[in-house]
Design a protein around this ligand. Structure first.
Ligand code: LMR
Length: 332
């Protein structure tokens, strides 16, 4: 009897110790669960629990449940959350302007071009620039290419003139909208649906997975598949938190992140394709595929953004990207 009580006591204290030894990672993001980022963060949480044998619990907070775009970066830096996957545009306002290179219109033709940067030494160099900000970059996750939407058809730059477009907080994106005579309006992602519904803005740009899962098709009559710019993510952690983890746990989390990245980049296109089907099926938004000539005309109209913003973003980074992808804004 005495021995069984002793054993029970021992088991209880072991369980209590195990519980207290569990590390919780709060992973906050602003998009829906059914998106490339939403699904990949859930995948990472599952893998992390599996590989660390429960030593780490990743709590994922989707849809701006914890923080809006700008606030989440501050929360990470002070350690209120440990992990985020902000879009690459979110690093310019943090002072790491080289990340705005990803915002340049038409700079990447496709994901093959893009991966030359994100999966290579240029991407690694960009991640290293986050460390003085107390941030450790772990991986790049894809979403996809953005398309413009509005309540009136968009077939040319002229169709965007005088219209207000919601953009992320990025000087390059501001210039992109100005280059076609539009009015850029910076706004948090969680506020876009309402702004479109109430007419605070006329249109916006999104990968289709974001457009559909935020139900923007309910409040935008026209979507043109311009695929003019890229939107993807950097998965980041609070550096102090990360460095303080036991080395074996950190290694297991790195492995979980590696697998989550393969998964994220595999499903990104599929998720965007499925969302496009959803938009079409809804019958609420007319989807227009621009002709080759129309897309080229838009590309030419937006080309001056490159020379205007090169200084801000850093000519060296831009040249490296041009060299890797073969893009030449002067050839347009
Ligand atoms: C946006 O603000 O449009 C994006 O950053 C949302 C996201 O995280 O995909």
């Amino acid at each position: 009897m005495k021995l069984s009580k002793l054993l029970l006591g021992l088991m209880v204290s072991c369980a209590a110790f195990a519980a207290s030894a569990q590390t919780v990672i709060k992973f906050s993001h602003v998009v829906a669960v059914d998106t490339p980022k939403g699904k990949a963060s859930e995948f990472f949480a599952k893998k992390a629990a599996e590989l660390t044998k429960g030593k780490v619990k990743v709590e994922v907070y989707a849809n701006s449940a914890l923080y809006k775009d700008k606030e989440e970066m501050e929360a990470l830096q002070i350690g209120s959350v440990q992990m985020l996957a902000p879009s690459l545009a979110k690093f310019g306002p943090l002072g790491v302007k080289e990340f705005e290179a990803f915002d340049f219109p038409f700079i990447f033709d496709d994901t093959t071009d893009l991966h030359k940067i994100t999966q290579g030494p240029i991407g690694a160099g960009l991640m290293a620039k986050l460390e003085p900000k107390g941030i450790k970059g772990l991986a790049f996750w894809d979403n996809g290419f953005k398309s413009f939407s509005a309540n009136t058809p968009i077939k040319s730059a002229a169709d965007m003139k005088g219209k207000k477009f919601r953009i992320q907080s990025s000087k390059v994106l501001e210039e992109q909208i100005r280059s076609v005579g539009g009015i850029p309006q910076v706004m948090a992602f969680s506020e876009v649906y309402q702004a479109l519904q109430t007419g605070v803005v006329d249109g916006t740009e999104n990968p289709i997975s974001n457009f559909y899962t935020q139900k923007m098709h309910e409040v935008q009559k026209h979507l043109t598949l311009t695929n003019h710019g890229y939107l993807g993510y950097a998965v980041i952690v609070n550096k102090k938190f990360w460095d303080a983890l036991p080395a074996d746990v950190r290694g297991q989390l790195e492995q979980a992140m590696k697998e989550a990245t393969v998964y994220a980049n595999k499903i990104a296109q599929e998720e965007n394709d499925a969302s496009l089907e959803g938009v079409k099926k809804s019958g609420k938004t007319a989807v227009y595929v621009p002709t080759k000539e129309e897309r080229l005309a838009l590309k030419k109209a937006m080309a001056p953004v490159h020379s205007k913003m090169a200084e801000r973003v850093g000519k060296e980074t831009l040249q490296q990207i041009y060299q890797a992808t073969g893009f030449d804004p002067n050839a347009l």
